[in-house]
Each structure stands twice: as structure tokens, then as C-alpha cells.
Design a protein around this ligand. Structure first.
Ligand code: ADE
Length: 257
């Protein structure tokens, strides 16, 4: 079983349309579709916007469905000057940028006893990059791919000063509102994860109107990566064992991963 999360309807619609649905349920107010995509058993949830919603959704999916890997797919605001709308970021590291214990001498994003960087599963990052290459084989025609750090906070960034700070403080490529919460929850549960984001805006003055204008089209770019990644991650070896991820999962409980 794989789990996929998107925050908004537009971020889950294409995948939902391609699934053969076994059942639909609502848990903690979150719509969850269980079924099959390209022969892979899948659970898909729309978590809603922000880190609290993302945390609740991720923990709920892990507890109820025991996924052996989790993928978040959606959009983000790009932080670098040369980025284009629709470019894709495969997230290697995430930081919760609005975690602020600087009053106690800690760096922005840092919690006691934790590294401020939350690392995606390296094998899933590589598989997602390969899925991008397969989805967009002509580098001159399609979006660009970047791998790197993305920051998450409970704020839609529409501010050149804030975007410059995010870029310089965290060396981040993009900003969004869920990824670090999903990653943190997966990390605590030992579930391998990766986050895929397509750029809907550049987090500056026109971000909210750019976001609204581009949301639908750029979601298609992350979906094109997702539709190739899912069969790869869901593939089983000849002996029937699941394809490897980099991290060991905790011992399975009630349901198979
Ligand atoms: N998601 C997409 N664009 C964003 C932005 N500018 N800030 C936060 N989250 C986003």
C-alpha cells in the first residue's frame, strides 16, 4: 500500500480520476480514497491547507493504512529569480521555517534534539527524478527539474523580503505550507516519503493571482511525475517483495504495507 497526499482538490483530482476506487471514507474530516492506480494499491487523501492539517492527515493515513511509503504532490512558490512557472522541485530536504526558538539561541526551524533539516527518502528522490525524466524527455520543451531544499510554513508568501529571507536563511528553492509537516510525521513513524512540487508562482507581489491563474495547469506537471513514480515505487520484485526504499519501515502491524 502506498499513500499519496495533496492539500487542495486540484492537487489530487488527476490522480483520483485515474484510480479504480475500492472505497471512499472520511477520517478526521479528511476525504480518503482507497483503490488501485496502474496496478498499485493506493490510498489518496486531500489534507487541506497548512501544517496542522498535513500532520493530522499523515498520522491518520499511517495509523489506518500502514503505507510502506508516502508521496506528497502539489504546488509551491519558487524562490530563485530564474525559475519558471511549472518547473518541478523534487524535495530532498524540508524545513519548518516558522518554528522559532531563536529566543533560546536556536536557529530558525530548529527543535531541541532535532536536525532542522528533514530528509526525504533518498531512493524515492532518485525514483522521482527518473520519473520526471520519463515524463518530460525533451529538456528544451518541458519544465526544468530541481532537487533540493523546500521550506514550509503556515503563510502564503507574497513578499519579496520574505522570499529573500527564506532563500538566504535556508538555501531553499521553494516555499509551501505542508511538506515539512508531512516529512516530520513520516520521519517519526519511520515511513519513507518524498515531496514533489510544481511552481505555481514566485512568492512575490503577484503570487496570489499567479497562484490562482496557474494552479490547475501546474498541478498537471506534478501529476505527470506521480503517474510514473507510483508504478515504480509500487513495483514488486520477482520474489513478490516490495521494491526497496532507503529506510527500513517499523515492523508491520495489522495491515500489510
Ligand atoms: N504554495 C504555492 N505558492 C505558495 C506561496 N507563495 N507561499 C506558500 N505556499 C505556496
Amino acid at each position: 500500500m502506498l499513500a499519496v497526499i495533496g492539500a487542495m482538490k486540484e492537487e489530487v483530482d488527476s490522480l483520483a480520476a485515474g484510480m479504480t476506487v475500492a472505497d471512499q471514507q472520511v477520517h478526521a474530516g479528511i476525504d480518503v480514497i482507497r483503490g488501485d492506480f496502474a496496478g498499485v494499491e493506493l490510498v489518496l487523501a486531500q489534507c487541506g491547507i497548512g501544517k496542522v492539517n498535513a500532520t493530522i492527515c499523515t498520522q491518520m493515513l499511517i495509523d489506518l493504512y500502514r503505507p510502506r511509503a508516502l508521496i506528497f504532490s502539489g504546488v509551491a512558490g519558487g524562490l530563485l529569480p530564474n525559475m519558471r512557472i511549472g518547473d518541478v522541485v523534487i524535495v530532498s530536504h524540508l524545513i519548518q521555517y516558522d518554528m522559532d526558538l531563536t529566543a533560546f539561541g536556536r536557529r530558525h526551524g530548529e527543535l531541541p534534539g532535532k536536525d532542522r533539516m528533514i530528509e526525504s527518502d533518498p531512493a524515492l528522490v532518485q525514483k522521482a527524478a527518473a520519473a520526471f525524466d520519463a515524463a518530460f524527455p525533451d529538456p528544451a520543451a518541458g519544465p526544468s527539474l530541481m532537487l533540493g531544499t523546500v521550506v514550509s510554513g503556515d503563510r502564503f508568501v507574497q513578499d519579496p523580503d520574505k522570499l529573500r529571507w527564506l532563500q538566504r536563511e535556508f538555501a531553499a528553492l521553494a516555499t509551501e505550507m505542508e511538506g515539512a509537516a508531512v516529512g516530520y510525521t513520516c520521519e517519526l513513524n519511520g515511513v519513507p516519503f518524498v515531496v514533489i512540487r510544481a511552481l505555481s508562482d514566485t512568492a512575490s507581489e503577484t503570487a496570489s493571482s499567479d497562484f490562482a491563474a496557474n494552479l490547475h495547469t501546474v498541478c498537471e506537471n506534478s501529476f505527470r511525475v506521480l503517474e510514473r513514480l507510483i508504478p515504480d515505487v509500487g513495483a514488486r520484485a520477482a520474489d513478490g517483495r516490495p521494491a526497496p526504499t532507503s529506510r527500513a519501515c517499523p515492523a508491520p502491524s495489522a495491515a500489510p504495507r
